[in-house]
Design a protein around this ligand. Structure first.
Ligand code: NAP
Length: 246
């Protein structure tokens, strides 16, 4: 018996990182998983790796910045129970030379993309289901140079609490995972191995647990949020205690 037996879980951005780990966990717990990438072959590869030919996984293509296409994609999969919104594109934005276009693009992708997916997708969800957004520890624990990223994360945290009110009467729960630094391609890209190692060493010193996190640890948090029916409007930090650090 799995904790998600008989449930359908849609993961927008399930080909890599936290979304992939969540799709893998949901499949292991018995769910039928719909998993997306922006690229068909990447979605198919991830689905095959997780489930082989189990028949409980469906790969698909979604670009969260395209509202109409994402809404049509969500409609095309029949009723589902949980919507995991881990996919978005955020540029590396450094305050000293903040690029205006990339700042808007990042806000559009990471905030408005998942927001509209939730707004449109809720019509296809079963009562008792839940939506999970992803923000980031920077909203409550400033990181030098990361002003726009922190603002995007703060907007997601705020929308989570308000949407929980709006959708509670529809029988849907809305929660958010706020990751600290988690070992995925997101934090590797654009850095040499030496730069990456140095940054991770420095960062680990600011984390009470003294290390960066694993995608599977965010997946465990998602499992809790999907299965605990009395939790809504929650922003759950999965950050090794970063928010609690002095
Ligand atoms: N990792 C961290 O340290 C960290 C820290 C704080 C917050 N977060 C947040 O946690 C969430 C997941 O992060 P992650 O580290 O797992 O990221 P990731 O490793 O970059 O994975 C992103 C996933 O989303 C998909 N994706 C990328 N852009 C997309 C778009 N525009 N539309 C739809 N799907 C898209 C990617 O698939 P394809 O490339 O195949 O399309 C991939 O499956 C994000 O919201 C991120 O900002 C992460």
């Amino acid at each position: 018996m799995g904790a998600l037996d008989g449930k359908k879980v849609v993961v927008i951005g399930g080909s890599g990182g936290i979304g992939y780990a969540t799709a893998e966990m949901a499949h292991k717990e018995g769910a039928h998983v719909v998993l997306t990438s922006r690229d068909k072959s990447r979605a198919e590869a991830a689905a095959a790796k997780i489930a082989g030919k189990s028949g409980r996984i469906t790969p698909g293509v979604a670009e969260v910045g395209d509202r109409a296409a994402t809404a049509a994609f969500l409609k095309s999969h029949g009723k589902f129970d949980h919507l995991i919104l881990s996919g978005s594109t955020v540029h590396r934005l450094v305050f000293d030379a903040l690029p205006e276009k990339e700042s808007y693009e990042s806000f559009d992708s990471k905030f408005w993309g998942p927001f509209w997916a939730a707004y449109d997708g809720r019509h296809h969800m079963n009562k008792g289901g839940s939506i999970i957004f992803y923000s980031g520890a920077a909203s409550r624990r400033p990181l030098r140079g990361y002003v726009v990223g922190a603002a995007i994360d703060g907007a997601i945290d705020a929308a989570t609490r308000s949407l929980a009110w709006e959708l509670g009467s529809e029988g849907l729960r809305v929660n958010c995972i706020s990751p600290g630094v988690i070992l995925t391609d997101l934090i590797r890209k654009g850095r040499t191995q030496a730069e990456f190692d140095k940054r991770m060493q420095e960062h680990s010193k600011r984390v009470p647990l003294g290390r960066i996190g694993e995608p599977s640890e965010c997946a465990n948090a998602a499992l809790f949020l999907m299965t605990c029916g009395f939790v809504t409007g929650e922003v759950l930090a999965v950050d090794g205690g970063t928010e609690a650090a002095p």
